[in-house]
Ligand binder design. Sequence first.
Ligand code: SAM
Length: 185
Amino acid sequence: PVWVLRLGHRPGRDERMSTHVGLTARALGADRVIFAGSADGPRETVTDITERFGGPFDVEVRESYRPLLGGWDGRIVHLTMYGLPIEDCAPAIRTAHRSEPLLVVVGAEKVAGEVYDAADWNVGVTNQPHSEVASLAVFLDRLFEGRELDREWEEADRTVIPQERGKRVVKSDEPSTGERTERSE
Ligand code: SAM
């Protein structure tokens, strides 16, 4: 499995970014997101999306990330602009992932030195400052080599049917009509 640990959630300020870390983790093939800190809003939103659009995907909030980081029985990747190029690290990470669970850590503000020490790989998606959402997306795509884009979703209440234009959503709880088009964000 691949779990994503989102560090340093600041209530109020980070609601959307933490939510987007969770949604990106879910959409692009991770199995679980763990928010460290008071992240009830992001937890509820990501759980709600999973209930509507399917899973499996787990969402958790933990007060402290240290027990998880210290006790992780697998390999740890920390995404940071100061790390080694993803182009160089990805092959070894893919090999490790075949036999071991992977914990992918992304930060918010300043990330503590202990995280750099705990990581098996400190990985830069370029060495330019950008975003935890962007770096997570590129990392997961490199990890799964594109296969994450074509996954089946289980227990989805609704499924988007790709359209050249417009929006079409099939709702599984409306068997009589089968499908309907609705406006959604
Ligand atoms: N300056 C902060 C620090 O010292 O760690 C980073 C803040 S950045 C807005 C938030 C998070 O985005 C980082 O913790 C990291 O996980 C991710 N990030 C930003 N740029 C990145 C890059 N080039 N490669 C990998 N991850 C990156």
